[in-house]
Ligand binder design. Structure first.
Ligand SMILES: Nc1ncnc2c1ncn2[C@@H]1O[C@H](COP(=O)(O)OP(=O)(O)O)[C@@H](O)[C@H]1O
Ligand SMILES: [Mg+2]
Length: 327
């Protein structure tokens, strides 16, 4: 990609655990173009949230970045001080947690929280800040911004709280918005509405989005490209529709099979299939390709060494099946 907004190159990250070191990322590459929505998908435990936390650098204390580079609009972030990173987080990129309880303080009115964020990030106060806050609430499709401003979070529905969070996050006019999937069960229709809202705002304002979801079907609908993660690796990457409609990596093929068919019941398919097996324990990762113990096409070479990225149709796959295709 020429001139990406975000480029992660060769990222290495480990966690200290009671059972020894866990090397989650052992050379992760990822790019997001300007104005692009990149969907990051994969089962629970594949490293999606840790990837987001590495980019905004809000990692747990037992995590260590061992190497690699993360650039935003050409600026290297890995060497920045914590103070410089706070500025980057406030102005250049923002994380929208889909679980409102992690981002909204129940003790303060929406008005107070929004004005505080606007002051901290943009240095704007008073009437100008109020106008900005009301405008953002309105673009987040909240019908009565003035009354929302006066409300405490608990007085709003879950969907409205999420809209408030998005409005709050966008007051700084970020270049990159990172949205992590809800950890708790949020109503699926609300989730889709929120994703559509983010998509509409992205078209109007031109920011890029890193959208984390465990649902490859959701990612297909709202992303330009998809990166499929498995056990800390991006195993497949390509155009969103092509990755889902013609999956190349055996893991992606398994994820796609688990999408419920729209008329599944009529066809007598009531059971959802999932990818057989489990995400490996990365304190003792499998040799070679990390997916090999679950792969229906496993070959000898897969147990011995790590594959590289190969062209697979219109996508790139980290898989020996496409070995002859060039990188
Ligand atoms: N603080 C931590 N300490 C040790 N291991 C962790 C920690 N956070 C995440 N991990 C491990 O890293 C892997 C990826 O976790 P995570 O990024 O939360 O995945 P996802 O968001 O895709 O579910 C998991 O195997 C998890 O056990
Ligand atoms: Mg997660």
């Amino acid at each position: 990609m020429r001139d990406p907004l975000l480029a992660v190159k060769g990222l290495r990250l480990s966690f200290k655990t009671e059972r020894g070191d866990l090397l989650l990322f052992h050379g992760l590459d990822l790019e997001i173009g300007k104005g692009e929505v990149l969907g990051v998908v994969g089962e629970s435990g594949s490293g999606k949230t840790t990837l987001a936390y590495s980019i905004v650098r809000v990692l747990p204390s037992n995590a260590r970045i061992e190497g690699g580079s993360i650039t935003l609009a050409g600026r290297e972030l890995t060497g920045l001080t914590e103070r410089q990173m706070r500025e980057v987080r406030g102005r250049d990129m923002t994380m929208v947690f889909q679980d409102p309880s992690t981002a909204l303080n129940p003790a303060f009115r929406v008005k107070d929280q929004m004005l505080k964020v606007i002051k901290a990030n943009a240095g704007i106060e008073g009437n100008e800040a109020r106008v900005l806050a009301m405008g953002m609430l309105k673009s987040a499709e909240l019908p009565d911004p003035a009354s929302v401003m006066q409300s405490f979070p608990y007085e709003l529905s879950g969907g409205m709280q999420q809209r408030v969070m998005i409005a709050m996050a966008l007051t700084s006019n970020p270049k990159l918005v990172i949205a992590d999937e809800p950890t708790s069960a949020v109503d699926a229709t609300i989730q889709v509405q929120i994703l559509k809202l983010i998509e509409r705002l992205r078209r109007e304002r031109g920011f890029s989005v890193l959208l984390i979801t465990h649902s490859i079907a959701v990612a297909r609908e709202v992303s330009d490209r998809i990166a499929v993660m498995y056990a800390g690796d991006v195993v497949e990457e390509g155009d969103a529709k092509k990755v889902v409609d013609s999956p190349k990596h055996p893991y992606t093929q398994g994820l796609v099979k688990s999408i419920p068919a729209p008329r599944g019941r009529k066809e007598g398919k009531t059971q959802l299939s999932t990818v057989p097996g489990e995400v490996p324990d990365l304190t003792d990762p499998p040799s070679g390709c990390r997916f090999h113990p679950r792969c229906p096409y496993v070959m000898d070479v897969c147990r011995k060494s790590m594959p590289g990225y190969r062209r697979a149709g219109d996508s790139m796959a980290l898989c020996y099946l496409y070995e002859g295709n060039g990188s």
